[in-house]
Design a protein around this ligand. Structure first.
Ligand code: KIV
Length: 262
């Protein structure tokens, strides 16, 4: 518990200029690896829908699915802070929905905070959730749950709106804010204007921290790789090779060999 990452530690990291590392995870083994590698925040993102469930957007992901994945991630995270991502329609319809569903993450999964998408338009929800003693990470800019309203996954360039959104979510009580798909110069201005840490994804180098989707980082997502992603491994390719070799070995009778028999 002593080394557990807390909201206070994250705020101090911003003050000291120490970069915050956030990554998404959806299961126990990867959560354990991240925890041991020094990742500060593990986000159980609703990107689950696209990288694990094979959906074309994050919209179909349900609360129960998020609860399940957040619980198995929490089991592997000793020091990292675990954040549960509130899925589409788990908070938009009413303040009561927002508090009850945010509360489920803390009560049922071991997460220490929740994330939700939107700026000024959801600041009343952020306020209500934080007043219920549930820390909130906000998420502004390109917000994937609004894909239909935005007309696609588009980089956001309205500087005044983005700055207003950032200030509003801070004022509402968010302890940090994800900046997604925002021009680097605007992210820099936002980061300098806020007391809370900014965590960028496709938002340039001047944010207080960076977050990526695990499957993009490790090359497990072999579909479209966005420009802002740096791939640190090609696990998809390796996995395919391994599986193909198994298929060949079974079909040719090479496996199991004597060494694998009792
Ligand atoms: O769902 C997710 O993985 C996210 C990150 C991309 C920030 O919201």
């Amino acid at each position: 518990m002593q080394n557990k990452i807390t909201v206070t530690k994250l705020l101090n990291m911003k003050k000291k200029g120490e970069k915050i590392v956030e990554l998404t995870a959806y299961d126990y083994p990867f959560a354990q690896m991240m925890d041991k590698s020094g990742v500060h925040i593990i986000l159980v993102g609703d990107s689950l829908g696209m990288v694990v469930q094979g959906e074309t957007s994050t919209l179909p992901v349900t609360m129960d699915e998020m609860i399940y994945h957040t619980r198995i991630v929490s089991a592997g995270a000793k020091n990292a802070m675990v954040i549960g991502d509130m899925p589409f329609m788990s908070y938009q319809a009413s303040t009561t929905d927002a508090i009850v569903n945010a509360g489920r993450f803390l009560k049922e999964t071991g997460a220490a905070a929740v994330k939700l998408e939107g700026g000024a338009s959801v600041s009343h929800l952020i306020k209500a959730i934080t007043e219920a003693s549930i820390p909130v990470q906000a998420h502004i800019g390109l917000t994937p749950q609004s894909v239909h309203q935005m007309g696609g996954y588009k980089v956001q360039r309205n500087e005044k709106k983005l700055l207003d959104d950032a200030l509003e979510v801070q004022e509402a009580g968010a302890f940090s804010v994800v900046l997604e798909g925002i021009h680097a110069a605007i992210s820099k201005k936002i980061t300098q204007s806020l007391a809370i840490p900014t965590i960028g994804i496709g938002a340039g180098p001047d944010c207080d921290g960076q977050v990526l989707v695990l499957h993009d980082l490790l090359g497990l997502n072999e579909k479209h790789v966005p420009k802002f992603v740096k791939q640190y491994a090609s696990l998809g390719e390796q996995a395919r090779k391994g599986i193909s070799s198994f298929v060949e070995d079974v079909q040719s009778g090479k496996f199991p060999s004597e060494e694998h028999c009792y």
